[in-house]
Ligand binder design. Structure first.
Ligand code: LLP
Length: 402
């Protein structure tokens, strides 16, 4: 989508506005499928948490994607989007047994991530095959908050607890049909993947009932110009070769699974915001926009960089600004940015806002969450209405204190 089209969407639907390019999602999906095309059985399960709008899920379903869900609500959204339960993989961490049972009743593929739940599950549902999330104890990921495969992480069952798993399997007769790992997000170093892969495949060898190996995700996408991204094509060749060789050795045609979120949807999304104020101060010229950390938390939460451009005046003289939100904290979308000259009422585009952006939005400061629009084959569709005051108070129970 070009700048004019984006500005026209902001005019048509109002601001702030999330816009998603569904064709870009298709492109990323196909890129991934092609990278691993030498694997006989490949399954890409979109990580719903990245962006859970039902229409985004429908786009992925059309592409033949499965889904990776971490809450029973995500499972229900996927069913609502039309996914068959055989394509829904449930990989939560630390949830109640009751929530797990709801997923069992819906018939989705279950992944367990502690010895305690494995034992409970085995005693109650010995005939339902399950996948195990293994913690390979590998340090990977863009920052500490999103590095989840190391020894101090809460996720998965430690590779040092394999004997415990085997004991439970023996006692309960449970069948382990898959092995899973996810070591973090924003991993660009293929070596970290390959190292964790070897550990995972060693775990597979401990069982003779495995049908699939789920390598999780964590592919790094470029957030700024010149940023390094995971070389998915190179990784595809190396990992596919290793996997094919392993399948021969193991004697089974295993399914290879990935569950990408960012890789599929991040670059497809933009957050369009309007400039409320241009505010020169002794040191900094602030651009205050009609959005904040309530709509896009990543810069504040992870110091994440999101590229910002002035789509109302793309050809102006570049000036240096700090782009800030309207929340009563120092919510900053970008500091010291060189942007084409900004005037009040201009529309700015915050790029790469398709993943973990709307899905992490809140009503902080009692602000409404934005509308969402999807553009697909040249048509634009409103896929979520902007919230209003009724949405804000609908669950508040107002008591009479007189
Ligand atoms: N599978 C599991 C089990 C996960 O926990 C995650 C992400 C994914 C797959 C998808 O990872 P991805 O391809 O998106 O890297 N809010 C953070 C990212 C948190 C990721 C949590 N788990 C951010 O905005 O950077």
């Amino acid at each position: 989508m070009n700048n004019q089209q984006l500005v026209a969407l902001a005019q048509k639907y109002g601001d702030p506005l999330y816009v998603y390019d569904a064709n870009k999602i298709e492109e990323q999906y196909n890129r991934m499928a092609n990278a691993f095309s030498t694997v006989n059985k490949l399954k890409i399960n979109y990580a719903v948490k990245a962006n859970s709008n039902i229409n985004i899920l429908k786009v992925l379903k059309k592409l033949n994607s499965g889904v990776d869900c971490v809450s029973i609500q995500e499972v229900k959204l996927a069913i609502e989007a039309g996914f068959n339960v055989k394509d829904i993989f449930f990989t939560p961490s630390g949830i109640s047994f009751e929530e797990m049972e709801q997923a069992v009743n819906l018939g989705v593929q279950i992944t367990l991530d502690s010895l305690s739940i494995l034992e409970k599950f085995g005693n109650k549902y010995p005939t339902i095959p399950v996948c195990l999330r293994i913690n390979p104890h590998v340090m990977a990921g863009g920052n500490h908050k999103i590095s989840v495969g190391h020894i101090d992480s809460k996720f998965g069952i430690s590779i040092y607890q394999i004997e415990g798993i085997k004991d439970i399997v023996k006692e309960t007769g449970l069948v382990i049909n898959g092995i899973h790992m996810h070591t973090g997000s924003d991993i660009y170093n293929i070596d970290a993947f390959l190292h964790a892969t070897e550990i995972l495949l060693n775990t597979v060898k401990e069982f003779d009932t495995i049908e699939f190996v789920d390598f999780g995700s964590g592919f790094k996408v470029p957030y700024k110009e010149g940023d390094i991204e995971t070389n998915i094509e190179e990784m595809g060749i190396t990992l596919s070769n290793r996997f094919n060789e392993f399948c021969k050795e193991y004697g089974r045609d295993l399914t290879m699974i990935f569950e990408p979120g960012k890789f599929l949807v991040s670059s497809a999304g933009s957050l369009l915001v309007k400039v409320n104020v241009v505010k020169p101060t002794p040191n900094i010229v602030f651009i205050g926009v009609d959005s904040g950390l309530n709509h896009l938390l990543r810069p504040m939460m992870y110091d994440a960089y999101h590229h910002i451009t002035n789509i109302s005046n793309p050809e102006g003289t570049e000036k240096i600004y700090d782009i800030v939100g309207y929340i009563c904290e120092n919510d900053t979308f970008g500091s010291n940015r060189s942007i084409s000259e900004v005037s009040e009422n201009d529309i700015l585009c915050i790029h790469n806002a398709g993943a973990y952006s709307f899905s992490m939005a809140s009503n902080y400061n009692s602000r409404y969450r934005p509308a969402e629009v999807m553009v697909y084959n040249g048509e634009d569709y409103l896929i979520r209405k902007r919230e209003n005051f009724d949405d804000l108070i609908k669950n508040q129970v107002i008591i009479d204190l007189e």
